[in-house]
Design a protein around this ligand. Structure first.
Ligand code: ZN
Length: 232
């Protein structure tokens, strides 16, 4: 039986939902994020706020929350030119991928997470990657995750389980999952404290949270919230 998990936790809606699910399933849950010179440190601030609010509002989970880790991955800025690591506008590339795409980013994240999990004796690695997402990032696909689980388990001689609770659900269902896990209080916490907007906008408060309301991440979050709200 698995009991110790590491959640890749960026402070967005998806990874916060993954964290809630891990806390409802496992005895001990640690969190990790990567600092790769994102244009907006808004995300890194959001994640600390979310962790603090979960501890405050969900005492049944607070005792299970272990160390939070922040790993420096600024090297990513040296190998990729993207709108997340450079000061450039968000747009779709000819490849059909948004210019936020950092090639192999999730492969690096998982490798580092597994190395950390090895040291911390955590056997489950939870990540909020999703195939139903609009972006079609190849390193978020189910096959990629299965291949990584095998590669990491063999390469570190330790049996890892890579868990992807959001792989086959859409944004509306992600809101619904949060509601099932932590009720309206968790939905409210996600609306208020998580961050999704690519532009790092915390100046505009919408029904679904803070954001510019126009970038693809905001649009996706807004549409999902709208459909979720209509269904409850
Ligand atoms: Zn936005």
């Amino acid at each position: 039986m698995h009991s110790r998990a590491l959640v890749l936790f960026s402070g967005g809606q998806d990874s916060t939902t993954c964290l809630a699910q891990a806390l409802s399933k496992y005895d001990h849950v640690e969190t990790v994020a990567f600092d790769y010179g994102q244009r907006h440190h808004v995300e890194l601030q959001a994640r600390l706020r979310v962790l603090e609010q979960i501890k405050l509002q969900f005492p049944q989970w607070a005792g299970k929350m272990g160390e939070d880790h922040l790993l420096d991955l600024s090297v990513l800025g040296q190998v990729s030119e993207t709108s997340l690591t450079r000061d450039m506008a968000f747009k779709m590339e000819e490849s059909g991928l948004p210019n936020t795409f950092v090639p192999g980013r999730n492969l690096l994240f998982l490798t580092l997470a597994a190395a950390l999990a090895y040291r911390r004796n955590l056997e489950v690695i939870v990540t909020g990657v999703c195939e139903t997402d609009f972006s079609g990032y190849p390193d978020c696909r189910d096959d990629t995750m299965k291949a990584m689980q095998l590669a990491l388990s063999l390469g570190m001689d330790k049996r890892y389980l890579i868990e992807t609770p959001l792989m086959w659900i859409d944004k509306a269902q992600t809101w619904e999952l949060a509601r099932q896990l932590g009720g309206q209080a968790l939905v409210d916490l996600i609306v208020e404290h998580t961050h999704t907007c690519y532009l790092g906008d915390r100046g505009h408060r919408q029904a679904w949270g803070y954001g510019c309301g126009e970038c693809p991440a905001c649009v996706l979050r807004a549409r999902g919230f709208e459909r979720f709200s209509a269904s409850v």
